[in-house]
Design a protein around this ligand. Structure first.
Ligand code: TRP
Length: 453
């Protein structure tokens, strides 16, 4: 990322889209989405999540786009320029968010790297119990620590050398390939005995259950939507700051949101038939769900070993393209605001982030502790503040900026800004409140029990 004096712009239209898709598509879609959906009861959650993406996610990505393109600055600088000194503190919150998300993101990405290697050594076993046992052995302890270190080192390497372009190009092939392989796995899922039951679990919402649980479903759906779209922490501000003027932001936003959502939804079609046919409860599979479903699939189909190796490799790359954007965010800030050299900033931040992630490799309760706070609280808070900022502090500037590159769309910008000022602000405020209540609940029950045991 260039400093304020020598700003680059994306060379091609696809450069921006690829980078944004590369950041958005990652563990949020493939690892987080299926277990969160299982935890929240299936179809009801999917429905709220999809509504959330459409009504809030798309307008919210545009909120970040207009701030970035207008100022051509990093989030701290952008907020300062448009809103004055006070708003720059929001930029500091974003810094902390990126830092902490990466700390556990790297641990989970390390698991995927480990599974990739298993394809070369032992192969994937179809037996569900064995698969669970394997996940238990890999997800914490020395293995987890080692692969966390390895993944963090890879991320630091890419950011320090500034060779992200290669990765962005890779995304061009990666994302379509992931979709393709997922379709193969969806096909496998469809052949399983309990596929029908799984589809109704995943697709037919039980509105009674929804009405009963909306107070946890809403904040969780909000957190998942922001996490998976890389929203709520200024990443998309940064990316849009490198844009030329003549782009249709709505179109780009639709492509990015569409791809990201497609991948997550497909993963559900793989995971739930496997879990339910294996006789397990999707609500109890937690963070390991994707791992033993995939192990089962790759252990069962012909050529599964090769497919598995390719799949885990691709997910690892997708995770890397997300993690470099998180580290880049931290490093760009340290370079811009504190004048550090790129390699020093990258290595220093990398080591610190690695250390914050270490407890997660000791006990998975720390994954809930960090992830819960980031998603249901900090990301929603960030998105709420940005919506308030764009909707109430700079509405005219924002509308003006959105219109650029679209041509003469008379009411689109008016509808958008109205949504941002009212519906989105209210929904996010409610989601934030419920998210805090939920998180405090977690601290006083599960976490307190863990501390006491
Ligand atoms: N969207 C990424 C994923 O789904 C994770 C993520 C969350 C992220 N916030 C981000 C990535 C900010 C880059 C920047 O895996």
């Amino acid at each position: 990322m260039a400093g304020q004096t020598e700003r680059e712009t994306w060379a091609t239209r696809s450069g921006f889209i690829l980078a944004a898709v590369g950041s958005a598509v990652g563990l949020g879609n493939i690892w987080r989405f299926p277990f969160i959906t299982g935890q929240e009861g299936g179809a009801g959650f999917l429905l709220i999540y999809l509504l959330f993406v459409a009504i809030v996610g798309l307008p919210a990505i545009l909120v970040e786009f207009v701030i970035g393109r207008r100022t051509e600055l990093n989030p701290v600088g952008a907020l300062r320029e448009l809103g004055g000194e006070g708003w720059k503190y929001l930029g500091y919150v974003f810094f902390i968010t990126a830092f902490v998300i990466l700390s556990y993101y790297s641990v989970v990405a390390g698991w995927f790297v480990r599974y990739f290697l298993i394809g070369f050594t032992d192969g994937y076993v179809a037996d569900v119990d064995q698969a669970m046992e394997l996940f238990g052995a890999i997800s914490t302890g020395t293995d987890a620590l080692l692969f966390h270190a390895l993944f963090m080192a890879l991320t630091v390497g890419v950011v320090a050398l500034g060779i992200r372009q290669g990765i962005e190009l890779a995304v061009k092939f990666l994302v379509p390939l992931i979709v393709l392989l997922l379709l193969v796995l969806v096909g496998y899922g469809a052949t399983l005995p309990e596929a029908g039951e799984a589809y109704s679990y995943y697709l037919a919402p039980d509105f009674g259950l929804l009405a009963e649980n909306w107070m946890t479903i809403l904040p969780t759906a909000a957190g998942q939507a922001f996490f998976t779209l890389s929203l709520g922490m200024g990443i998309m501000i940064t990316y849009a700051s490198y844009l030329g003027e003549d782009r249709n932001l709505v179109e780009d936003g639709l492509i990015i949101v569409g791809f990201d959502t497609l991948i997550a939804v497909l993963v559900g079609f793989v995971v739930f038939p496997i879990i339910i046919s294996g006789g397990a409860d999707p609500g109890e599979q937690a963070v390991g769900a994707i791992f033993f479903s995939l192990t089962e699939a790759f252990g069962s189909i012909t050529g599964g070993r090769i497919l598995g190796i390719v799949f885990f490799f691709m997910v690892g790359m997708a995770a890397l393209s997300s993690s470099i954007s998180l580290l880049e965010f931290v490093v760009a800030y340290l370079m811009d605001e504190h004048g550090l050299d790129r390699p020093i900033a990258a290595v220093g931040a990398g080591v610190a982030i690695f250390l914050v992630g270490v407890p997660v490799t000791v006990d998975l309760i720390f994954l809930d502790l960090l992830d819960g706070f980031m998603d249901a609280v900090l990301l929603v808070f960030g998105a709420l503040m940005l919506s308030l900022f764009v909707g109430w502090v700079i509405p005219d500037t924002a509308r003006d900026e959105l219109r650029r590159g679209i041509g003469d769309v008379r009411t689109g910008d008016a509808v958008w800004i109205w949504l941002v000022r009212t519906v989105i602000v209210v929904v996010l405020a409610i989601a934030l409140y419920l998210g805090v209540v939920d998180y405090v609940g977690f601290l006083t029950t599960d976490f307190a029990d863990w501390l006491g045991s």
